[in-house]
Design a protein around this ligand. Structure first.
Ligand SMILES: [Fe+2]
Length: 445
């Protein structure tokens, strides 16, 4: 795999132009998304209401929602007056942008709006929709202007039988950690062989938790649906991804909503796109958008951006969110590309923790070649599809099988504390990274 990445620029151009001729411009409506099993049909009322992390969380709140195509206007109303019912005189309004998502026989409208100019450490009441069809009022919270201890949540893949298994893990986490400031989802939110119902189930499971606490997402392989009438590995990111997500627009061009970073006072978290393992073979292709095919060229673009963002970090804590693990916990799997290109940068710039998914197990450890030091690599699983851990992997310190988990991360000025919690409320794994005299050390390993 290493040698395949060392390609001459001429070859990149040939690959890109060949793909342009053979595939681009041929995306028919019927290829966009199947119409079957529509159990979560859009209506004129806003649904799938989502809060995404913002580049400036002290002053911005990013919101999205869905309606039927019949609704051609949408806006968010917001006010700092959170206690009074009659607060119309203080309500501000901001128009939303429409992102259409096309199916075989119909189209849905997704709305996106970024509220700005807000005050730090402040609660706002918000509702979305239009004059006739609008949501309930719900509360959102901006970040503090400087560091204060806080917690956030991290979920692994939910992906399979979402309606059956995911609600209970989201509910348990939100009931026990209601003060979590944001949520990380490490990809495979939905199922690639599914259709719009898989998104309906994800929003059913997350429900108002997704409205009230901002989420940060990384895309997994299952967040790409299989292109009809094409080999199974030609995959296109679900268009609902770009409808539902309005992530910080600070990543490299072509990776919108996929590669970006989020700074919350005290921590920088970088979302990476790891769905590259199959793109080195010309007959296996992954598309972010119909016009964007992933190539080694795109991979290198992400690496260059990553180094810049790691180098410019000024937050005391530094983390990465991505789907494919640098070190696998499974048998007969490996992610050499991650080890060769991501790992050296993570170590050079002292990333503290890498949040990952994909393997459908829980595993936590460090690079066996490192002497008891960060980054800590964690793989977790929130959903109902379970697999076996290959315990012969040297990097693994702790592993758990066949258990739905969520994680809470608590940050103070001199400590990052990580806990993996099961549905019975038991802490199944725990460790700390301690910051003392400008040096970080691991506790609980
Ligand atoms: Fe996956």
């Amino acid at each position: 795999m290493k040698s395949k990445l060392i390609l001459l620029p001429v070859i990149y151009l040939l690959i890109i132009s060949a793909s342009s001729c053979s595939n681009h411009g041929q995306l028919k409506d019927s290829d966009v998304i199947a119409e079957t099993n529509r159990n979560f049909v859009a209506s004129d009322w806003p649904d799938r209401i989502m809060q995404c992390v913002s580049e400036n969380p002290q002053s911005e709140i990013s919101l999205t929602w869905r309606t039927s195509k019949a609704i051609s206007e949408g806006y968010a109303e917001y006010t700092k007056n959170i206690t009074s019912v009659k607060s119309d005189d203080k309500v501000q309004v901001k128009q939303a942008k429409i992102v259409p998502v096309s199916f075989e026989n119909h189209q849905d409208h997704y709305f996106q709006v970024r509220l700005d100019g807000l005050e730090p450490s402040s609660s706002y009441m918000v509702r979305v929709g239009n004059d006739q069809y609008r949501s309930e009022w719900f509360s959102v919270l901006t970040a503090p202007s400087s560091f204060e201890p806080f917690s956030f949540l991290y979920f692994g893949d939910v992906q399979n039988d979402i309606k059956e298994y995911a609600p209970r893990i989201f509910r348990h986490a939100s009931a026990n950690y209601p003060d979590a400031r944001f949520i990380l989802h490490s990809g495979d939110l939905v199922l690639s062989s599914g259709n719009d119902d898989t998104w309906g189930e994800w929003f059913y499971a997350g429900n108002w938790l997704l409205q009230q606490i901002p989420s940060m997402v990384a895309a997994g392989n299952s967040d790409h649906f299989r292109w009809q009438n094409e080999p199974v590995d030609k995959r296109l990111l679900f268009p609902q991804w770009h409808g539902s997500f309005l992530m910080p627009a600070n990543g490299p061009k072509g990776f919108e909503n996929l590669v970006y970073h989020f700074d919350y006072p005290g921590i920088r978290i970088i979302s990476l796109y790891s769905n590259f393992e199959s793109t080195t073979d010309n007959d296996r292709e992954i598309y972010i958008r119909p016009e964007t095919m992933l190539t080694e060229n795109m991979f290198h673009k992400q690496i260059l951006w990553l180094e810049e963002i790691l180098e410019s970090n000024t937050q005391p804590w530094l983390a990465v969110l991505m789907h494919h693990p640098v070190f696998t916990a499974r048998q007969e799997r490996d992610n050499e590309l991650m080890q060769e290109y991501f790992l050296p940068l993570f170590e050079k710039y002292k990333v503290d923790i890498v949040f990952q998914g994909h393997d459908h197990v829980y595993a936590r450890g460090i690079n066996p070649e490192m002497n008891n030091s960060t980054p800590v690599y964690v793989i977790s699983i929130a959903g109902g599809k379970m697999r076996k851990v290959d315990k012969s992997h040297q990097w693994i310190y702790q592993s758990i099988e066949n258990t739905q988990l969520y994680q809470t991360i608590h940050i103070t000025e001199n400590m990052l504390e990580f806990k993996a919690i099961d549905l019975g409320g038991s802490t199944r794994d725990k460790f700390q990274i301690i910051l003392e005299n400008n040096k970080k050390s691991l506790k609980g390993f």
